[in-house]
Design a protein around this ligand. Structure first.
Ligand SMILES: C[S@@+](CC[C@H](N)C(=O)[O-])C[C@H]1O[C@@H](n2cnc3c(N)ncnc32)[C@H](O)[C@@H]1O
Length: 284
């Protein structure tokens, strides 16, 4: 892995404080998930978010909720209809999903993972509230590590390979250039092949050049890139390219969901513009 990729990876972590505060604001998280930094950044970005909403019809928090709630819906179905009892959430940041689902489903094994500093912070947070136990744990991982203690192989080594597995990444993949992230997906598919049944959920912001707000979107993602001192590349042009990309990485079945098409089912207001985010469900 290049030094540049390693450095930009570390710069992504602060964004987890912002999204953590957004989940709290929308009653998806307990107050313990709020950090002073998250509250501060949310306040500083509020005028920009307001301008994007009023001026361009782009509601940043609505887009975040679309991805979060669509992933929740797919996870719920996998547990309730697919019998999944083992979940790994990579790049968990300060997301409350592990807490919410562990509390709701006592049969679930939920492993959260992130870069070492963020993982330590999350462990402290959950432990401090008495929410960690044998079923709900936090470990360190670096999706760019090809070997060693922080690699995917090390993270998956402790799991039950006789049970189906579901892996989530949220708010992660668009921070990396496509070759880097496809290499991660390929390593992930290799790990998942050792389980009797495996599903991966993630979200993507495709390069929708025909979208009526494309120019504003480009401006927004350039801003996210500058704030995280990296870039925010948009991957694939459409659903067909997404399916082909995941199949190249070793996934056999790929479904692409547009959360804006199911706003009511997700408990959201109808979107004012066509959807920008897609949730991908890929299985082996
Ligand atoms: C935008 S935050 C998203 C956090 C959470 N999933 C959410 O939606 O609220 C991105 C997360 O990716 C993590 N991250 C960045 N680079 C990573 C890497 N190389 N390996 C694992 N996690 C990484 C960051 O530490 C951060 O927690």
């Amino acid at each position: 892995m290049s030094e540049r990729a390693r450095v930009s990876s570390a710069h992504i972590s602060p964004s987890a404080h912002y999204t953590g505060y957004v989940w709290y604001r929308h009653q998806l998280a307990e107050p313990a998930f709020v950090t002073a930094f998250g509250r501060l950044v949310h306040g500083l970005l509020a005028p920009i978010a307001w301008g994007a909403r009023v001026g361009f019809g782009l509601d940043i928090e609505h887009i975040l909720l679309q991805r979060h709630l669509q992933i929740d819906a797919q996870l719920t179905a996998a547990i309730e209809q697919g019998g999944v009892r083992q979940v790994v959430e990579i790049a968990c940041g300060l997301s409350p999903r592990g807490r919410r689902f562990s509390a709701r489903y006592p049969q679930l094994q939920y492993l959260e993972a992130d870069l070492p500093a963020m993982a330590a912070r999350k462990r402290l947070l959950l432990h401090g509230e008495g929410w960690l136990d044998g079923r709900h744990q936090v470990k360190a991982v670096d999706i760019l590590a090809e070997r060693g203690g922080k690699s995917l192989a090390a993270l998956f080594a402790g799991l039950d390979h006789r049970e189906p597995i579901l892996v989530i990444t949220e708010g992660l993949v668009n921070y990396f250039e496509l070759p880097l992230i496809e290499a991660f997906w390929t390593r992930l598919a290799e790990q998942l092949a050792a389980f009797p049944q495996a599903t991966y959920l993630t979200e993507l912001y495709p390069d929708l050049r025909e979208h009526p707000r494309y120019r504003q979107l480009r401006w927004g993602v350039d801003l996210v890139g500058r704030l995280t001192r990296g870039s925010y590349p948009l991957h694939y042009r459409n659903g067909e390219e997404i399916v082909a990309g995941f199949k190249r990485c070793g996934f056999r079945q790929v479904e692409v969901f547009d959360p804006s098409a199911q706003a009511a089912a997700l408990g959201l207001q109808p979107a004012r513009t066509p959807g920008l985010v897609r949730v991908i469900q890929a299985s082996l």
